[in-house]
Design a protein around this ligand. Structure first.
Ligand code: 13P
Length: 246
């Protein structure tokens, strides 16, 4: 399976910086790995337009669990899909921690976005105190079972899961390949219980201080099918290296 590298630009880059990124990125991008980008929502159309010349998919970092109505400031997954949107990241730890998004709310968001035909990257991961208390697998297991509750195997077809240990995000501390592989294997096992055939082939991404100098070892693990990248995705040269184009 082709590895997938997803750039989560978070609340970074102005319009000129977005254009500069593509000027540097596109000529060297060779599709060795798939590259998707989630810019600030306000830059979606720009990224969609620039990326589509080379099949770079554009996505959102969050969306509403509702399709329309009186929800000031929210983005409808239906409207996004109509505009050519491809995917949405849901359950990022920053959404869980800073915006109090619970796995129950995320379950509604995941189901709505999938129903609208979007690909969903559902994020899970433990904090440092949780890891130190040996709770990693129980926390991640709860996030999987609550966030993906009440779904049929057919409805999960466009689901991707990202394991992002919270202690590795933006800290420069990467999970070791063995630590990441252990949790990825666990996640695949839990997904196979819910979706026996799909769980076997579901794409699992690792996120947390992934960089050109650690990506190959991480992607070399059996159950790591790609990466969800913050800081290193902001520089075209680094994201190219992550995509296998040095
Ligand atoms: P960093 O790559 O900056 O650690 O961020 C990871 C992340 O949060 C991607 O969603």
């Amino acid at each position: 399976m082709t590895k997938l590298l997803v750039a989560n630009w978070k609340m970074n880059k102005n319009e000129i910086e977005v254009k500069d990124f593509f000027t540097d990125f596109l000529p060297k991008y060779s599709h060795k790995r798939s590259a998707w980008i989630a810019p600030q929502a306000i830059h979606f159309s720009l990224v969609h337009q620039l990326g589509q010349t080379k099949g770079v998919k554009a996505g959102l970092q969050n969306c509403s669990e509702n399709l329309s109505g009186a929800f000031t400031g929210e983005i409808s997954p239906r409207t996004f899909k109509e505009m050519g949107g491809d995917f949405v990241i849901l359950g990022h730890s920053e959404r869980r921690q800073l915006f109090q998004e619970t796995s129950k709310l995320l379950n509604a968001k995941v189901k709505t976005a999938l129903k609208e035909g979007l690909k969903v990257i559902y994020c899970v991961g433990e904090t440092l105190p949780e890891r130190e208390a040996m709770q990693t697998l129980s926390i991640v297991g709860d996030q999987i079972h609550q966030g993906l509750n009440d779904m049929t195997e057919a409805s999960a077809e466009n689901l991707i899961v990202a394991y992002e240990p919270v202690w590795a995000i933006g800290t420069g501390k990467t999970a070791t390949p063995a630590q990441a592989q252990e949790v990825h294997a666990f996640i695949r096992g839990e997904l196979k219980k819910k979706f026996p055939a799909f769980g076997e082939k579901v794409q699992l991404l690792y996120g947390g201080s992934e960089k050109p100098d650690n990506v190959e070892e991480l992607l070399g693990q059996k159950d790591i099918d790609g990466g969800l990248v913050g800081g290193a995705s902001l520089k075209a040269q680094d994201f190219l290296a992550l995509c296998g184009d040095k």
